[in-house]
Design a protein around this ligand. Structure first.
Ligand code: ATP
Length: 241
């Protein structure tokens, strides 16, 4: 079966610095797939390249078999790939509703936009209750909900989440990850980047380890949780993350 998203031998550089030196992975429809690895391993760069925000030096990104690595970001978004970036990147002085609308900027179907906005409020009731409030006044967890909600406003087939647990309490992290599972169960495919390897692997159908810009290991979440190499480097005492 052809993967929904297939990344092949991706190489991405910032000037002379090669941040990604050979990343390959597949995401099948309906899966949660995680990319885990230490700080600076190249995970964020990989997501930004899939989104069309960066151009690869070489390699291929196939969406349903179609190469997308030369398309502009807005076309990739229109094809159903949404990105909730590291650090959330919300507009602090804009309301919840205004931030959500920005996630739907490529859409012309107002009825569909309103329906998806209601779906976000059903998923995260606190956002609905405070829809007129400015995003900058929210807690970290609420801001993360809003960042995910904004990505959902393009009605994506593939939702890419970069470090959604960053800076959140364990309880809030659990809530966010429960929501990710709910979205997967409702049919959204999820590509997750996380330094919190334990939580990410427990949630994932499949995962890949990225080390120094290369994919080095892959397996089901359960297989990688049980792998001594993963335990030593990312889960246990002396883990580098
Ligand atoms: P993190 O979890 O810290 O975001 P990461 O695995 O996502 O880590 P990247 O952010 O993709 O890693 O960074 C990979 C490498 O590229 C690092 O060595 C980083 O210093 C470098 N890098 C990232 N962004 C830039 C940039 N704008 N210019 C130059 N180098 C960069």
């Amino acid at each position: 079966m052809m993967a929904f998203l297939s990344v092949r031998d991706l190489v991405v550089a910032y000037g002379a610095i090669q941040a990604v030196r050979g990343v390959s992975f597949d995401v099948e429809q309906g899966e949660i797939v995680s990319l885990i690895g230490s700080n600076g391993a190249g995970k964020t760069t990989t997501l930004r390249t899939v989104s069309g925000l960066l151009r690869p030096v070489s390699g291929e990104i196939l969406l349903n078999g179609e190469p997308i690595q030369k398309l502009p970001a807005h076309q990739i978004l229109s094809k159903g790939v949404a990105h909730s970036p590291e650090g959330r990147r919300l507009f602090a002085r804009m309301s919840v509703e205004e931030n959500l609308r920005l996630g739907a900027y490529t859409r012309k179907d107002e009825a569909g936009v309103l329906k998806d906005m209601q779906r976000v409020y059903d998923l995260f009731p606190v956002l609905g209750e405070r829809r007129g409030n400015k995003a900058g006044l929210f807690s970290g967890g609420e801001q993360q909900m809003l960042a995910i909600g904004r990505a959902l406003m393009s009605s994506p087939k593939l939702l890419m989440l970069d470090e959604p647990s960053m800076g959140l309490s364990p309880i809030m992290t659990q809530k966010i990850f429960d929501t990710v599972k709910e979205l997967r169960d409702a049919g959204t495919t999820v590509l997750l980047v996380e330094q919190n390897a334990l939580s990410a692997l427990a949630l994932s159908d499949k995962a890949y380890v990225i080390d120094l810009g290369r994919t080095t290991l892959s397996g089901t979440g359960r297989e990688l949780l049980a792998d001594p190499r993963v335990q030593e480097a990312y889960l246990g005492e002396g883990a580098s993350t």
